[in-house]
Design a protein around this ligand. Structure first.
Ligand SMILES: Nc1ncnc2c1ncn2[C@@H]1O[C@H](COP(=O)(O)OP(=O)(O)O)[C@@H](O)[C@H]1O
Ligand SMILES: O=C(CO)[C@@H](O)[C@H](O)COP(=O)(O)O
Length: 502
């Protein structure tokens, strides 16, 4: 299928809690949007927030057949990064010969050697992270090679853990996909390559012959092939439909927001992430460097915070009866700087920084056991954004005149939350029409994929897309309040990190 004005481009987001879809036309207009919530719409899988948290509280998985079922419902994507899918020996033959008279979960129910796929929230592979760092010659060296030191949720460490703890299942595995290449495989009717932005892994230190289990990686703009005859006959896809390489949800968001050098993106989804477009990456012990999904010469730097929306939901439930309106009113009614009260809210072991628990400090830096509901709500949101800014600055980011903060994800629909973001960063916040920039970015990438071979750049393809709109302006006193508070926050974070972990 050549790219054209009459063609449609489908982007999917297999995120933690739901699958979302966006369709655009050749003029970049959004013509359709929908979503399926895993917990409420696929109740048989009994997930909470799209996942199963195991009894050790560290292992976090999602049922692979739930993703199969939801793909069928939508009949194409950026999935959450770092989830992995283990295909059982013989599965490629099954994939090639899917009978359109049956549904996908029936056809694929025996095709996975591991039914519970590890996802990005998992933090159970610390041992494997240390082993990989040792094999690479230290954490710094690993970051130089791959863009990141050992992080528990990364697929290489999850594969190593599975190989050590479940050797029979591992031996019965013929191919390992990321959630992204797994979803593309369904549509292709054959194993899809992992795109470069997702594919950096220290192969040898993780498992023997891992290169064969993963397959060769391809540039993110690659057209992987034609849609399988199963989707043509069962769901009416056109025979000319092509599948473009799938990527992670954050790289796809970078595409959807048309992030430019100098911008900083803050995604407020299940996880909170902060990411930047970088030309000359300097991998560090904190954060990650990935290949850019839209420009083979560029990179994206990313920080991931596990306690994002779910922690905001928890405090909203406790302090505002679960009402975002009341939560927002509390933010409106409390002063910038929260009269010096600062809080750290880590319901589960945080990724950035590695700390857990709730820690509250008054204006004298004395630890206190509670705040009033209003103070608690502001302490949570200010604390989250001070942390996003502190760690982004440590990654080398600096707020300059002209800086745009581009916000996306479910909580970016909340103006009061965005006002705090704008104040803490002392920069205007911009949003796009859709809070799901990952889906939109995938649809843009689908369009670009069909043109990339002729040398057209991504930014050229999307130049006529609607511009992000300014949503909030920082308060005139924001700089004075938050520059000082950021230094206190950094000192208090150090104190939290020194505490013994439960
Ligand atoms: N008005 C709101 N204010 C604050 N948070 C919100 C609001 N609406 C939705 N959210 C949050 O958005 C989150 C979902 O964001 P989303 O980007 O769709 O996540 P994901 O892509 O990871 O599934 C929910 O967990 C919810 O807490
Ligand atoms: O692990 C990361 C990024 O490295 C997470 O950002 C996941 O990619 C989950 O995405 P959401 O479901 O929160 O959008």
């Amino acid at each position: 299928m050549a790219a054209g004005r009459d063609s449609l481009y489908l982007g999917l987001d297999f995120s933690t809690q739901q699958l979302k879809a966006v369709v655009i036309d050749g003029n970049l207009n959004v013509v359709h949007q929908s979503s399926v919530q895993f917990d409420s719409e696929l109740p048989d899988f009994r997930t909470q927030g799209g996942v199963h948290i195991h009894t050790d509280r560290l292992t976090v998985t999602s049922p692979v057949l739930m993703w199969v079922q939801v793909s069928r419902r939508f009949s194409l994507s950026p999935p959450q990064q770092h989830g992995s899918v283990f295909w059982r020996t013989g599965a490629s033959e099954t994939l090639k010969h899917l009978d359109p008279d049956h549904n996908l979960e029936q056809l694929l129910q025996d095709s996975f050697s591991v039914s519970d796929s590890p996802v990005w929230m998992d933090s159970s592979s610390s041992k494997q992270c240390l082993d990989l760092e040792a094999a690479a010659g230290g954490a710094e060296r690993l970051a130089e090679i791959t863009g990141s030191r050992g992080y528990e949720r990364f697929t290489g460490n999850q594969i190593a853990k599975l190989r050590q703890t479940r050797p029979d299942e591992f031996m019965d595995t013929e191919r390992i996909s990321l959630v992204s290449s797994f979803a593309a495989s369904l549509f292709l009717g054959g194993y899809a390559a992992i795109d470069y932005s997702d594919g950096k892994i220290c192969l040898e230190a993780t498992a023997p012959h891992l290169d064969q289990l993963l397959g060769a990686a391809l540039p993110s703009t690659s057209v992987l092939g034609s849609i399988s005859s199963y989707f043509i006959h069962r769901f009416g896809f056109s025979e000319s439909c092509r599948v473009v390489s799938f990527t992670g949800d954050n790289p796809a968001s970078l595409a959807g927001m048309r992030l430019q050098p100098g911008d900083i993106a803050v995604s407020l989804g299940t996880s909170d992430t902060v990411f930047l477009w970088v030309q000359n990456p300097r991998p560090a012990l904190e954060g990650h460097v990935f290949c850019s999904p839209v420009d083979q010469e560029a990179f994206m730097a990313l920080l991931c915070f596990k306690n994002g929306s779910l922690t905001r939901e928890h405090i909203s439930n406790e302090c505002a009866g679960g009402s975002w309106e009341d939560f927002s009113a509390m933010l409106r009614e409390t002063p910038l700087g929260n009269d010096g009260n600062i809080g750290f809210y880590f319901d589960t072991m945080e990724i950035t920084p590695p700390a857990v628990g709730i820690h509250r400090f008054d204006s004298d830096d004395s630890e206190v056991s509670s705040f009033s509901p209003q103070v608690e709500v502001r302490a949570l949101v200010e604390g989250q954004f001070l942390s996003r800014r502190l760690h982004a600055e440590r990654l080398g980011y600096s707020i300059l005149p002209g800086t745009r903060v581009l916000a996306t994800g479910g909580a970016s629909s909340n103006k009061e939350i965005l006002q705090v973001l704008s104040d803490v960063f002392n920069a205007p916040v911009y949003t796009i029409d859709l809070s799901d920039s990952a889906c939109l970015g995938s649809a843009y990438r689908a369009l670009h994929g069909l043109l990339a071979e002729s040398g057209v750049s991504f930014l050229d393809v999307v130049k006529n897309a609607p511009e992000p709109q300014q949503t909030t302006t920082p308060h005139p006193s924001a700089k004075q309040v938050y520059d000082g508070m950021l230094q206190r926050f950094a000192r208090l974070e150090e104190r939290v990190l020194q505490k013994p972990r439960p």
